[in-house]
Design a protein around this ligand. Structure first.
Ligand code: PEP
Ligand code: MN
Length: 462
């Protein structure tokens, strides 16, 4: 998605539709695939998959290549990645308001981080495809009733009823259309002037004015004011600040869907998963001999791999050998999610071993997934301070090793929900019930997300 100013896409149709890579189609099916739904009606699934395979690509190979080049800059320490969005997108949240709020939040965070890091921020949403979830338990029990767990809107419904929780392949079609509608709006917002840096900074000014921690952020906001005035005085043209590149990513979980959207690029003959610019393989499906890693090895998109606290340095290098044998910067992003109490102990050995292997991966911190706990109220939540502490630990490790802290991966929403505790507004456990709206994991709300950007800018980049 994107983009201006940018080279035009090839006039040749970039991707031949209705053609799936033979390699992708057959290989992963022979391997164990964790966390796949079991559909009662295989015929209905096949019909949907055949239709999806004939639909237009959602993103284009040339765009995926451009993101790979941006992530190569991240790997080299010449750019910083901001990746964020919902834990689970929901079909009923595909509205202009929700999408705009999320985008606005990401753009505001990005403006602060760009200034603090003094390098371009590569903006990637967990958006337009983040509809499927692996779950720790296959079932959920409430008041003596046991039903299949919610697996994301791509698979079943959140409502706790037998009919909602039954997997329905028609939902894959809805996922495609929801993703297309979201991408369409995001492309319009990011190229139509909405992302103008001066506008984004004005929103940040509003935030600083109204935030309880505003005084703390005032100095940074003032410095950005001055930098913008300086640019204006220098006659820096509006183009570079009016439109932004923005990319879409999601977890490549449902392999039937991802394979149906995988097409051969007519320019190069290579396979691209055109469901998103970047896809990642989650902590629960990253088995080296499993179907997900095999699928990922056959597509040319930039790949993320989530690495939890039990990951060994040998495993990390095995991902490099399997997915990035050419040691190509931009191909592989390791998204580490260790927990605030473990990041400082566990990360150094991974970074050292991977660096010694000659790989130039991008290292990114996901400070959300290792810091989840259940509050006394029964809500799944995260503490803002743990999130910030994991980010600090991640930066400290890279500083000690002389390697690049490449970016942050955050679960967030642009809405004023109450799902994580703490932050400038000091949300308490007792407040969680007020607007606990997530379909899956707790997200930072709009002001917590901006708090995080300002505090990361202030604490780790200075
Ligand atoms: C997620 O990103 O929502 C997720 C499930 O993360 P992980 O695979 O790291 O647990
Ligand atoms: Mn999550």
């Amino acid at each position: 998605m994107t983009i201006a100013p940018a080279p035009p896409l090839s006039p040749d149709p970039v991707v031949r539709t209705a053609e799936r890579s033979p390699g992708v189609r057959h290989s992963w099916r022979d391997l164990p695939a964790a966390h796949q739904p079991s559909y009662p009606d295989a015929e209905a699934l096949h019909e949907v998959i055949a239709d999806l395979a004939s639909y237009p690509p959602l993103v284009f190979a040339g765009e995926c290549d451009r993101l790979r080049a941006r992530l190569a800059e991240v790997a080299r320490g010449e750019a910083f990645l901001l990746q964020g969005g919902d834990c689970a997108e929901a079909f009923d949240a595909v509205s202009a308001e929700h999408i705009r709020n999320k985008l606005k939040t990401l753009l505001q965070m990005s403006a602060v981080l760009t200034y603090a890091a003094s390098v371009p921020v590569v903006k990637v949403g967990r958006i337009a495809g983040q509809y499927a979830k692996p779950r720790s338990q296959p079932t959920e029990t409430r008041q003596g009733v046991t039903l299949p767990a919610y697996l994301g809107d791509a698979v079943n419904g959140l409502a706790f009823t037998e009919s909602a929780r039954a997997p329905d392949p028609e939902r894959l079609r809805r996922m495609y259309h929801a993703s297309a509608a979201t991408l369409n709006l995001v492309r319009a917002f990011t190229t139509g002037g909405y992302a103008d840096l001066r506008q984004v900074h004005a929103w940040n000014r509003d935030f600083v004015r109204s935030s309880p921690s505003g005084q703390r952020y005032e100095r940074l906001a003032g410095e950005i004011d001055k930098a913008l005035s300086f640019m204006r005085a220098c006659g820096a043209g509006p183009d570079g600040v009016r439109a932004v590149e923005f990319y879409a990513s999601h977890e490549a979980l449902l392999l039937d869907y991802e394979a149906a959207l995988t097409r051969t690029d007519s320019r190069t003959g290579e396979s691209y998963d055109t469901s998103g610019h970047m896809v990642w393989i989650g902590e629960r499906t990253r088995q080296l001999n499993g179907a997900h890693i095999d699928f990922a090895s056959r597509i040319r998109n930039s790949l993320g791999i989530k690495l939890g606290p039990e990951t060994t340095p040998e495993e990390a290098v095995a991902y490099v050998e399997r997915l990035d044998p050419q040691r190509e910067p931009g191909r592989l992003t390791f998204i580490v999610r260790m927990g605030a109490d473990r990041i400082r102990d566990r990360l150094p050995a991974l970074v050292e071993k991977v660096t010694a292997s000659g790989a130039q991966v991008a290292w990114v911190t996901d400070p959300m997934h290792g810091n989840t706990f259940e509050a006394a109220s029964g809500h799944k939540t995260r503490r803002f301070d743990d999130v910030l502490d994991e980010v600090k630990g991640f930066f400290a490790v890279h500083k000690a090793l002389g390697t690049h802290p490449g970016g942050i991966h955050i679960e967030l929403t642009g809405d004023d929900v109450t799902e994580c505790v703490g932050g400038g507004d000091e949300i308490l456990v007792e407040d969680l019930h007020q607007r606990y709206e997530t379909a899956c994991d707790p997200r930072l709300n709009r002001s917590q997300s901006l708090d995080l950007a300002f505090l990361v800018a202030d604490c780790v980049f200075r």
